[in-house]
Design a protein around this ligand. Structure first.
Ligand SMILES: Nc1ncnc2c1ncn2[C@@H]1O[C@H](COP(=O)(O)OP(=O)(O)OP(=O)(O)O)[C@@H](O)[C@H]1O
Ligand SMILES: [Mg+2]
Length: 252
């Protein structure tokens, strides 16, 4: 949702004149409400367009640039959280989109998952992601769970590192990467070192093309969808380290 709003803000700004252009994100909380506003110095919105802004397929952008779905999706998402999305705009000056969310009741205090992680379940993990920020947060989360983590920023680097040292319990790899993708990495390993290929878990944002869907249906490897919570990431890893579940006891 925020990406949609930020993209709209960026697309409303004519390229050039950097010194006078801005996108400002503000977060304000009061009582039980949190407001996040995104203000741009872009084109602004014509008053006549305002009533239709949130309609699906309403766009003023050229064919191929906008589908007109962004804001209707944003509005649906905010609605699902019981919040609102409001627009304020002056033609020629800029626009502010504000997401208003109700703060939840604070959850009862629970012990930090860090403290609950069993040291005995620690493993040696490789993490591969071409997004440095995702890679870094995965590494930290897993280290916080007591694991030893080797983080690499491409499939190529992973393959090379594995050729020198393959003592990993689990390899978490992003599916979509520039250069060698998660699928390429799987296929390279499967050719030469099938036991390592079986240690791969595919991490993805969940939007796939048909080839990727076919691939995922064909291989037995587990998948993990981004974004994940610390708890579910650590319990997923713990399950994988514990090995396959016991086969059900036959009743006959
Ligand atoms: N920050 C903004 N500044 C100026 N106009 C905006 C802004 N945000 C939205 N709009 C207007 O609202 C219209 C609808 O926005 P919406 O995000 O729904 O679709 P889109 O950006 O055209 O296409 P899509 O998001 O599907 O790629 C845009 O075409 C644009 O005219
Ligand atoms: Mg948009």
């Amino acid at each position: 949702m925020f990406l949609n709003l930020l993209l709209n803000a960026a697309q409303a700004i004519e390229p050039g004149d950097r010194a006078n252009q801005s996108i400002t994100v503000r977060v304000a909380s009061r009582d039980d409400e949190v407001d996040v506003s995104i203000t741009d110095s872009g084109s602004g919105i014509a008053a006549a367009d305002l009533p239709r802004l949130f309609e699906p397929f309403f766009t003023t952008k050229p064919r191929g640039v906008g589908s007109g779905l962004g804001l209707s999706i944003c509005q649906r998402i905010v609605g699902e959280f019981g919040g609102r999305l409001e627009v304020e705009s002056t033609l020629g000056t800029g626009t502010t989109m504000t997401v208003m969310l109700l703060a939840e009741e604070p959850a009862p205090a629970t012990p930090l998952p860090l403290l609950r992680a069993e040291p005995s379940a620690a493993g040696r993990l490789m993490v591969v992601d071409d997004d440095a920020a995702v890679l870094d947060s995965l590494k930290r989360l897993l280290q916080a769970g007591g694991h030893e983590v080797v983080a690499l920023q491409s499939g190529e680097e992973a393959l090379e590192a594995l050729s020198e040292d393959d003592r990993f319990d689990l390899i978490l790899t992003d599916l979509m990467m520039d250069g060698m993708s998660g699928i390429d990495l799987y296929e390279a390993l499967d050719r030469d070192r099938p036991a390592l290929a079986r240690k791969l878990t595919f991490v993805s944002g969940g939007a796939f093309d048909q080839d990727t869907r076919d691939f995922l249906a064909r291989v037995p490897n587990p998948q993990l969808s981004k974004p994940f919570e610390l708890d579910s990431l650590l319990s997923f890893v713990a399950e994988q380290l514990a090995g396959p579940a016991e086969p059900p006891i036959s009743s006959s």
